[in-house]
Design a protein around this ligand. Structure first.
Ligand code: K7E
Ligand code: CUA
Length: 688
């Protein structure tokens, strides 16, 4: 391919396929750039940030700094909602600046705001295994209406203990988490249908069902007979967003990987890649790479929905947690659900088909028109692109190859639109832009490849540093991509940043895709290992962002709506402190009458009715993180009096000039002491 931009480093047709080669290349281009830099300096042109770690970027793009520069006080153009990978949470980044705004706690306890530590948030981390402090998240999906972003919710999976969460894009808080029964390894998740009818999630691990009446205590070697894989369809209430596991489909043992819903003409279908069609249970690295082709599973979910409505599903009795956050009470509740309808893929004739896909596919992406389904076999040398129209015809004409454990397998040539030849090495994931182009990440050859889904011709390629996983084009998975930027989420950082010991920052790279050729703009660090992310125009989110909670609407059972109602109540060995916080004091701020061993519950209401004035609360010896209470909200910290004496507490958020004065004392007396319960603020402290 012709390379005409004199500022670009030379690229061979075969990009480097391991890091040492890449580093060699970097060094060459750095050297060349250093020469140019010297020339440029003498010619009165100067690059911004002419520092060693920026050499490559600047060398490739020129003018990149201007494109990502958001002047102080100005806002970014896009929100980037990024999976936090093994951090278990989600981060919010601005584009094009790459600035990190917030981490939204979801599946992991998060001390910064007390998530999973306060009494109100603990139930959100409940599961059928009890309260879990951590999980691993991979994929983000944003809510859609008519196939386009609607800016309401973000959804994210927990991989280890199968759950899906819904995050409000008004409060940037997790509002709901549902556990998925009959499932293990919720990696293939969450994927969304055109109108957010369903969030769909597939299991990575086949396991023996452990629902009522089943015996899951079977030899691992009985995988083929006893292990099953499951895909779950979670219904999303169109008004509230509330979840219900509407039904599941049980498959023979295989490992589901990524998926996408059909769009437009293919609306009503779902496409899942899967590997381990060999059905092995050990050393998958070797044993699950034997078959030349695994599958893309095509599911007619509208048909399945009808069958479930008609009562054709088996009711599986199994326990799973369903946790809902209520912003009226500022509290979460956890309910254990008891059943779920299950369809058997082998029995739902005419609704499930398999399309052969080369070599252990990972990514599975549908283009904005819903015409093409792109499989990405991580060990394949081509990218197969399937045609929805051809699939429909092949089904009608019964062009079957064979069947796989009772599920019909369509003939590869009959469903194939074509193959992208020599795209690079290790194709993983494909995104689409607003001009009809596709972009595929190449993990092994560390590059992004731009190609045309119609002609299957490669149009451009750009190296990434290093080993790129997912890509994100703003709006890429929708029917109307926003385009403009592509972000590459890389697995390996190596020499790109100042080192921080053995653990280096995770990294993303922002690429300008507005022109014919891709241009590298920026490296920016990310939290955890980002897998997938979505980006959405700020204009769709910013106007709806909640500024504070109205105190008169606070329905928390322990709310204290005015300072005069602040009080301390004892019930047995429990002491409840109904406390208010306002700049710059707590009420009460002097408490006596607590005894050794008492469980003290601080129910702290932030009385502020103003944007950006949270108060914190913490007390010495607290075994939970501190609270961070938003204006108008009530949160509760549980603390046990473990020694006699006077214990201080204070506000942890710098809320005013007198923030440092926002403090108080709690006196703990021996058990059985006659010290009366006494509380107050200023001189109002009075016996109670
Ligand atoms: Cu490819 Cu978990 Cu989507 Cu990572 S997965 S990259
Ligand atoms: Cu309230 Cu500092």
């Amino acid at each position: 391919m012709a390379r005409n931009d004199s500022l670009e480093p030379e690229l061979t047709d075969h990009p480097p396929n391991h890091t040492s080669q890449m580093i060699m290349k970097l060094t060459q281009s750095q050297t060349r750039f250093a020469l140019r830099c010297a020339l440029a300096l003498s010619g009165a042109v100067m690059f911004v940030g002419c520092k060693p770690q920026n050499l490559v970027n600047t060398a490739q793009t020129g003018g990149a700094a201007e494109k990502v520069y958001v002047p102080p006080g100005k806002h970014d153009e896009f929100y980037n909602i990024v999976s936090g990978g093994f951090s278990g949470n989600v981060s919010v980044v601005g584009l094009p600046s790459g600035r990190l705004f917030r981490q939204i706690p979801v599946f992991a306890q998060f001390p910064e705001c007390g998530w999973g530590y306060s009494e109100e948030t603990k139930p959100m981390l409940n599961t059928s295994h009890g309260q879990l402090p951590w999980d691993d998240t991979h994929h983000i999906t944003l809510s859609m209406t008519k196939g386009e972003h609607d800016g309401r919710w973000a959804f994210v999976n927990s991989n280890n203990t199968p759950r899906v969460a819904r995050i409000s894009l008004k409060t940037f808080r997790t509002e709901e988490i549902i556990e998925l029964p009959n499932c293990a390894g919720n990696h293939s998740s969450p994927f969304i249908t055109e109108n957010t009818e369903y969030i769909v999630a597939g299991g990575r691990f086949a396991v023996p069902y452990a629902d009522e009446g089943a015996n899951p205590d079977v030899p691992i070697s009985s995988y083929k007979e006893n292990f099953k894989s499951t895909i779950s369809f979670i219904k999303v209430d169109p008004q509230t967003g509330h979840f219900k596991v509407a039904f599941q489909i049980m498959f023979p043992g295989m490992d589901f990987d990524l998926a996408r819903a059909g769009k437009g003409k293919s609306h009503g279908w779902f496409f899942f890649s899967c590997y381990n069609s060999e059905q092995v249970h050990t050393l998958l690295e070797v044993n699950a790479s034997q078959n030349d082709k695994d599958f893309i599973t095509a599911i007619n979910w509208k048909g399945c929905e009808e069958l479930v409505k008609a009562g054709k599903a088996r009711i599986s009795r199994v326990k799973y947690a369903h946790n809902v956050w209520d912003e009226a009470t500022h509290s979460g509740t956890s309910t254990i659900e008891g059943e779920v309808p299950v369809l058997d893929a082998k029995q739902i004739k005419g609704l499930v088909y398999l399309m052969p896909c080369p070599k252990s596919p990972h990514g599975c992406d549908t283009d904005p028109t819903g015409s093409y389904i792109v499989g990405s076999g991580k060990l394949a040398a081509i990218i197969p692109v399937f045609s929805f129209d051809k699939m429909v015809k092949a089904i009608a004409d019964k062009k079957f190859d064979s069947d796989y454990d009772g599920i019909p397998v369509l003939k590869y040539e009959e469903v194939l639109h074509g193959e992208v030849k020599k795209p690079g090495l290790g194709p993983l994931h494909t995104e689409f832009d607003d001009k009809g182009f596709a972009y595929t990440s190449m993990f092994v050859s560390s590059e992004v490849v731009k190609w045309d889904p119609k002609t299957l011709q490669v149009i451009d390629r750009i190296p990434t540093y290093y080993s790129v996983g997912h890509l994100c084009v703003a709006g890429g998975p929708t029917m109307k991509p926003h385009g403009k930027y592509l972000i590459a989420y890389n697995k390996i950082t190596k020499d790109r940043y100042l080192p921080t010991g053995p653990e280096l920052t995770q990294s993303a790279q922002l690429i300008d895709i507005s022109g014919e050729k891709m241009k590298m703009l920026l490296d920016f660090p990310t939290v955890g290992e980002p897998h997938y992310a979505e980006a959405i125009p700020a204009s769709m989110i910013e106007p709806n962002s909640v500024k504070f909670f109205k105190i008169e609407e606070n329905k928390h059972p322990q709310v204290t709506k005015s300072e005069k109602d602040a009080r301390v109540e004892r019930t047995g060995n429990q002491v409840h402190v109904f406390m208010t916080a306002i700049r710059s004091h707590f009420a009460p701020d002097n408490i006596e009458g607590v005894q050794l061993g008492d469980e003290v519950y601080f129910h702290v209401t932030n009385l502020e009715q103003d944007w950006d004035v949270p108060h914190g609360f913490v007390i010495k010896g607290s075994k939970a993180a501190e609270l961070l209470i938003m204006p108008g909200e009530t949160q509760t910290l549980k603390w046990t009096a473990d020694r006699v004496g006077v214990t201080p507490f204070y506000c942890t958020d710098f809320c005013s000039a007198l923030h440092q004065e926002m403090q108080g004392y709690l006196r703990v007396s021996p058990q059985g002491s006659t010290t009366p319960v006494k509380f107050g603020v200023g001189d109002t402290a009075a016996a109670h």
